[in-house]
Design a protein around this ligand. Structure first.
Ligand code: HAS
Ligand code: CU
Length: 552
């Protein structure tokens, strides 16, 4: 197992990854169509009528957009990418490939079950599916299968890492494999909340086995997972920023220990902060909300570490390429490579998305922006740009690698990346402003709202323009992907997964940064302290009395 493996010895793993990415991109393609429909509706151009009777209306479109883009695209892309990254980083095949095949099968079956009621307007409950809005039980069961499938795939990675560690006693785990597996561990613990919500509350309720449900308990279990899910999306991008991007830029990882420390902190701090989504929920003591606010400030720290370490790594690259000056090295970075520029622009965007997050986390200030379009602006910077543009950047080397074809039109890919930025800037700035200045509500068919104010119009038009540009960028992306797979030349040079060396020898990384037990214990203890009392209180007072509601 020691020797670097020959190029096509990962055939099975690559096939598995290709299936994941293919399904992910299919979901993204379908889900994306509804983005421009929403912003156009807000600006007074309602195209939903043209989709009837296939699509019944705005809220069905919004649900499809959120579920397919934020939940399905991410989960499939991430499990595929992390599998690929782990085996290539360890230079070791999956220990038990059937586990990952089974996991993918469960996820795909779950997706089909979820898609049916979604498309039939029987699950128009938005991507947070808060009760008492009620969906067809197929929707909940399908989503559960997607989550369980991703857990199963996680176990496939653990067995592989364990086998590697047995074969390499005393050696530090390569960073990319370490960080990929840690992401899966965090996700498995985090998703216990949603699993409890769906299995104990929503499925029995939607099957008619119990008469009512408890919306507050359900929301709390939802956000136990709903916050850390954003780091399940973000950390794979971080795997690439730390572990791959420096190599693509021609530099090295500035500090392997700092990179690992950031990931450990994400394991410990990602989960016990979900109450920052429930500042306005009654029935939860403000003391626990305030405590989780403090922990939320804590979880920004590993992102600040990332800002430092990743930018330092890129600076090493810029200087290695002959760059000088305080900032002039930035121009020497390989901006002509769309895989690099997509990720570098994703990083720059995160500076703004992160600041917005810190504002949201501030208990009293959030009261001003909660449930307004500000939040939509926030997550189109963080999720829809920082994460999605990073994944697009990764796919610009991964899809050539998996298909054995050259990237079709580097030029088009470059235009795609910059068009994304040109779209998200007006989109997100206008959404932030509409929320902050006018408290314009989110998740609302604004075009129909009697209170729509003429003052909002200019900004709603800017938002629509941004949304249309984002859509155009994604169309170009699919042109490049399909062109690569179906119409491009065979690769002249094989593509390898970029792996950044670290500046210092890996063995100099202290052992405690490659040891799981204390960190796992810390994670559990902090969850028990921060969620134990408020959850125990909600469970003691649970009141299964809310009947289901079908609004649309
Ligand atoms: Fe958030 C709501 C707080 C990060 C996604 N967030 C949401 C929702 C989504 C979402 C989807 O506290 C809406 C949920 C819903 O539907 O209701 N968020 C935070 C905080 C952070 C944060 C504190 N969010 C994210 C990420 C997301 C995401 C990441 C997706 C991937 N968020 C909130 C709160 C709410 C919320 C409240 C609820 C609000 C409400 O009222 O409902 C932090 O993790 C952010 C830390 C980040 C930083 C930035 C580090 C900067 C870096 C780059 C630096 C670049 C430089 C330039 C220097 C501190 C790493 C480089 C130059 C070069 C040349 C390369
Ligand atoms: Cu959050």
């Amino acid at each position: 197992m020691e020797n670097p493996m020959s190029l096509n010895s990962f055939r099975l793993e690559e096939k598995l990854t290709a299936w994941h990415i293919g399904i992910a991109l299919g979901a993204l393609f379908l889900g994306t169509w509804f983005g421009p429909l929403q912003v156009l509706e807000h600006a007074g151009i309602d195209l939903y009528g043209k989709l009837a009777p296939g699509i019944k209306g705005y809220y069905q479109g919004l649900t499809i957009h959120g579920v397919l883009n934020a939940l399905v695209f991410t989960t499939f892309f991430i499990t595929g990418f992390l599998t690929f990254a782990t085996v290539h980083s360890l230079k070791m095949k999956l220990r038990f490939p059937w586990i990952n095949i089974l996991g993918l099968g469960l996820m795909a079956a779950g997706l089909l079950m979820t898609a049916a009621p979604l498309l039939l307007n029987n699950a128009t409950v938005l991507y947070t599916f808060y009760p008492p809005l009620e969906a067809s039980s197929l929707f909940y069961i399908g989503l559960t299968l997607v989550v369980v499938g991703s857990w199963v795939e996680g176990f496939g990675l653990y067995f592989t890492l364990a086998a590697w560690r047995r074969a390499h006693p005393g050696a530090r785990t390569p960073f990319v494999a370490f960080a990929s597996v840690l992401t899966m561990v965090m996700w498995q613990i985090a998703s216990l909340g949603i699993a409890a919500e769906v299995l104990v509350l929503l499925i029995p309720w939607s099957l008619g086995l119990v008469k009512g449900t408890d919306p507050l308990l359900a929301r709390t279990l939802f956000w136990f997972t709903g916050h850390p899910i954003v780091y399940f999306w973000l950390l794979p991008a971080y795997v690439s920023w730390y572990g791959m991007l420096p190599k693509q830029a021609g530099g090295k990882l500035f500090s392997d220990p700092l990179a690992r420390l950031a990931f450990w902190l994400f394991l410990v701090l990602s989960i016990p902060v979900g109450l920052h989504h429930q500042f306005t929920d009654p029935g939860i003591s403000p003391a626990w909300k305030a405590f989780q606010t403090l922990l939320t400030y804590g979880v920004t720290f590993p992102s600040l570490l990332t800002a430092f370490t990743v930018v330092a790594s890129l600076e090493l690259a810029g200087r290695a390429r002959g760059g000088t000056g305080l900032f002039r090295w930035i121009r020497k970075l390989p901006w002509e490579d769309p895989s690099f520029s997509a990720q570098a622009l994703a990083i720059v965007t995160f500076a703004f998305g992160g600041i917005g997050g810190i504002i949201n986390a501030s208990y009293n200030i959030d009261l001003l922006v909660h449930n307004t379009l500000w939040i939509v602006g926030h997550f189109h910077l963080t999720l829809a740009t920082t994460v999605v543009l990073s994944f697009i950047g990764i796919s610009y080397w991964l899809i050539p690698k998996l298909s054995g074809k050259e990237l079709w039109s580097v030029r088009t890919a470059q235009v795609q990346v910059w068009l994304w930025i040109a779209g998200v800037l007006p989109f997100s700035a206008s959404h932030h402003l509409l929320g902050l200045r006018f408290s314009v509500p989110r998740r609302t068919m604004l075009g129909e709202a009697p209170y729509l104010s003429p003052e909002w119009h200019p900004l709603l038009l800017v938002a629509a323009l941004g949304g249309v540009l984002l859509f155009a960028s994604l169309v170009l992306y699919f042109v490049v992907v399909l062109g690569t797979v179906f119409a491009s030349r065979k690769l002249a040079q094989p593509v390898e997964m970029p792996v950044a060396d670290s500046v210092r020898d890996l063995q100099e990384t202290p052992q405690w940064l490659d040891t799981w037990k204390p960190w796992l214990i810390g994670t559990i203890v902090l969850i028990v302290i921060s969620y134990g009392p408020p959850l125990a209180d909600l469970i003691r007072n649970a009141n299964l009395s809310s009947a289901g509601l079908r609004a649309w």
